[in-house]
Ligand binder design. Structure first.
Ligand SMILES: [Zn+2]
Length: 426
């Protein structure tokens, strides 16, 4: 069985996480730490503290696996090394806040007014065939703020504190500063073309409702029940890129998850109240979820095909309770992003094909076409909320990706793990 832990990271220096190239010489940090980068940071810390040296004849370790001699690791990492391949990391977000569901609308005049989630309306119209009161489809209807009657718009940016949090409904924004670097040509004493670049790095500060606060990233870890992942106080990790010049230094704390921290995740009450529907269950991803590796397709797919593909994907996930055979996705609101990451454990090797992620906040409304499977659906969703969803995708690799030239090489398996919960109207 598994146990969940909470990991907190307090940045002590600016950071550049998964530097995104906006233009050829401008990079910008992400405002959260994807699970794969967090796991990479822990692996690096373990390997750097590993006692084997070339002088004593042992090869430098580049991969944390069962071949490492745990007695050569620093004591605080020994429990981690023992079960490292089974330890799963979620994304770590500012203060543990989430990306809201893509159906969430906020007031244009004052984003602190209570938001409106139009999922129940859209669901009733799309799936229930119900005509909206004013005859217009929910997506195109003018919705107004319950407080000031101002216009509503989709939640665009920032992280939203979840229900149950002491600052529920508030939002947090990571602050960034731009650093510009110029490289001089030694001969002409001018800057060389292409050698001027800027980094928008995150700084250890976030704006919460307009006030500056020390930034903390929080995520979940799932590990085998007998692994004790607690770390000594004051431990530091280096996270992201340019760690050699001091970026990404963070103080890390890992503690067992508190008993009430996922209270309400399996509660269907809000959905039944909002839609009157007891046969379907809406599930929201609490972080990014690896969907597939692929080139995309020119073929235009229909909504029905997409929903069938999503249902097939969910049925293939490993789960303590097997998914119902007649599982269907009645409605989905997903946001995608594609990335070409370095392949885990293979230095210098990038993924040949883009990895497609569903972003946190994406949601799926599940049902079964065979009514006798209704109880299995409930049990399966409860198991998902208890264990999270795991995705392992084969990734083809390529070396020397720069300058348009590359060599195909062996890839690896990319793994992602994503906590999920049942949708809540709050
Ligand atoms: Zn308003």
């Amino acid at each position: 069985m598994y146990r969940w832990w909470r990991i907190s990271l307090r940045p002590l220096s600016p950071f550049l996480v998964a530097g995104r190239r906006i233009t050829p010489n401008y990079y910008e940090t992400l405002d959260y730490i994807p699970g794969r980068i967090l796991k990479g940071a822990v692996a690096r810390a373990i390997l750097e503290s590993y006692g084997g040296t070339p002088e004593d004849g042992s090869a430098a370790a580049t991969w944390v696996g069962p071949e490492l001699d745990e007695s050569l690791c620093r004591p605080e990492w020994r429990n981690w090394v023992r079960s490292f391949s089974e330890i799963l990391f979620s994304d770590a977000t500012p203060f543990g806040a989430g990306r809201p569901p893509s159906t969430l609308l906020v007031c244009k005049n004052d984003p602190s007014h209570p938001p409106v989630d139009d999922l129940p309306d859209r669901f009733r119209w799309r799936v229930g065939g119900e005509r909206p009161d004013d005859g217009r489809v929910p997506e195109n209807r003018d919705r107004s703020c319950p407080v000031c009657r101002g216009r509503l718009e989709r939640w665009k940016e920032g992280w939203r504190f979840p229900d149950g949090h002491e600052r529920a409904g508030h939002s947090a924004h990571v602050q960034k500063r731009v650093f510009t670097r110029v490289e001089l040509d030694d001969w002409r004493q001018t800057h060389r073309d292409g050698h001027l670049f800027s980094l928008a790095a995150g700084i250890p500060e976030a704006a919460v409702e307009g006030k500056a606060e020390p930034l903390i990233f929080q995520g979940w870890i799932r590990a085998p029940e007998d692994a004790d992942l607690q770390l000594p106080k004051g431990m530091r990790l280096r996270v992201g890129a340019y760690v050699g010049v001091g970026l990404g230094l963070m103080e890390v704390e890992v503690r067992p998850e508190g008993s009430g921290e996922r209270r309400g995740w399996t509660d269907r009450g809000d959905w039944v109240d909002a839609t009157g529907d007891r046969s379907s269950i809406p599930v929201v991803l609490q972080g990014d979820c690896l969907y597939a590796a692929g080139c995309g397709t020119e073929r235009i797919t229909s909504v029905a095909e997409d929903r069938a593909a999503y249902a097939a994907w969910w049925k293939q996930r490993p789960s303590a309770i097997p998914a119902p055979d007649s599982l269907t996705v009645l409605f989905a609101a997903v946001q995608y992003e594609s990335r070409y990451p370095f392949v885990a454990g293979q230095p210098g090797v990038r993924s040949m094909r883009p990895l497609w992620y569903w972003l946190g906040g994406s949601l799926f409304v599940f049902a079964v076409s065979d009514p006798s499977e209704a109880p299995v659906l409930v049990q399966w969703v409860e198991a998902l909320c208890r264990d999270g969803v795991r995705s392992d995708v084969e990734v083809p690799g390529a070396r020397f990706w720069d300058r348009g030239e590359f060599e195909e090489t062996s890839g690896g398996t990319e793994r992602a793990w994503t906590p999920v919960r049942i949708w809540s109207s709050r």
